[in-house]
Design a protein around this ligand. Structure first.
Ligand code: PHE
Length: 350
């Protein structure tokens, strides 16, 4: 068993040895190793302290105090050495990090595929002389329905599952109110393209309560259905591929007469309806065609509402679904991908 004098000798030489060890240390790792060795839970100081309970009662307090002093001394030796090393490294122009290491590259954002398609579509029409216009997502019944030849109680209002804010205020169900807003402000000739979010009470695999539409319309003297066909065919060739086939199918909208829906030959299966391995094409459901928009010649009743002379002017209008075009253009099978903000999806468009 160690006596009090032996223990105090050990404590003293501990300081000297610690000093020598620190003198030889040349890095923070060396210093940390020395700290663990001397001051750690199973270090040399702890080992000496563990002998204290074996001392006679009257000697224990004195040696205990001594041990605490030594501990403090070791700690201050330690912190002096650390700041010395810091200084030396700074003097040498190399602080504790290496400034020549390449930095971390920050993530750079990119446009959402839907935004990209909106930009692409608008710029095609801007090149053709159309102006870009926008308007509110919260609309009155007048702009969303009534001025578009959809009076209250009209059965065609049911075609669109409207989200009502009040009896006369709705979340717009389509971008067609922008026809009305623009025509009320401008006199013909007018050619405008109007992108925007629209809302419907609808949610399943192929429908989301919010989606994007682009409205386009042109009013002048002598505008006819051939102008509409030519414009939309040129557009389809530009946004998809010059080889894509375009067909017009008779349809109905209250604000156009005659009305049509436009299909393009399926971009997934090349219009064959089957994949190269003979499986049914899921995109066109084997028909070889996919619908991309609704259109028609603007109904004279709409011109009456906005104060255009329907004897003098004619015009065409169309409305297309942006997400639908984006799905076809990029081969995306699930509409919900656009709204989940999964970076693994979005990064593919940067
Ligand atoms: N507004 C129609 C819809 O949302 C599309 C459309 C626009 C049809 C313009 C004809 C003319 O279904």
């Amino acid at each position: 068993m160690s006596s009090a004098s032996e223990i105090s000798k050990e404590l003293k030489s501990l300081v000297q040895e610690f000093e020598q060890t620190l003198d030889q240390a040349s890095s923070l790792q060396d210093i940390e190793a020395a700290r663990v060795d001397y001051l750690g839970r199973k270090g040399r100081l702890a080992e000496i302290m563990s002998k204290l309970p074996g001392l006679p009662n009257e000697e224990r307090p004195q040696i205990g105090r001594k041990a605490n002093e030594i501990k403090q001394e070791l700690n201050s030796l330690l912190s002096n050495t650390i700041s010395d090393i810091d200084k030396v490294k700074e003097d040498e122009g190399q602080a504790l990090f290496d400034p020549s290491m390449p930095g971390r590259t920050p993530d750079i954002g990119s446009l959402h595929p839907v935004t990209k398609v909106i930009n692409d579509i608008c710029s095609i029409f801007v090149k053709l002389g159309f102006d870009v216009v926008t308007g509110p997502e919260i609309e009155t019944d007048f702009y969303n329905f009534e001025a578009l030849n959809l009076p209250p109680g009209h059965p065609a209002r049911d075609m669109q599952d409207t989200l009502y804010i009040s009896e006369s205020v709705v979340l717009r169900t389509h971008t067609s109110p922008l026809q009305v807003r623009t025509m009320l402000k401008r006199k013909p000739p007018v050619a405008a393209i109007a992108p925007g979010k629209v809302y419907r009470r609808d949610s399943d695999l192929t429908h989301t309560p919010m989606f994007n539409q682009i409205e386009g319309f042109l009013v002048d003297t002598d505008v006819n259905m051939a102008d509409l066909r030519g414009t939309l065919t040129a557009f389809a060739h530009e946004i998809f591929d010059p080889g894509v086939k375009v067909r017009f199918r008779p349809s109905f909208f209250p604000f156009t007469e005659p009305s049509a829906e436009v299909d393009i030959s399926c971009v997934m299966c090349g219009g064959r309806g089957k994949s190269a391995t003979g499986e049914t094409c899921r995109v066109c459901k084997e028909t070889g065609w996919v619908e991309i928009l609704g259109c028609g010649m603007i109904d004279p009743a709409v011109f009456e509402k906005v104060g255009y002379d329907s004897e003098k002017y004619t015009g065409f209008a169309f409305g297309l679904g942006v997400e639908r075009v984006a799905m076809l253009k990029y081969g995306i099978g699930d509409l919900r991908m656009f709204f989940e903000n999964d970076l693994r999806f979005l990064n593919q468009f940067s």
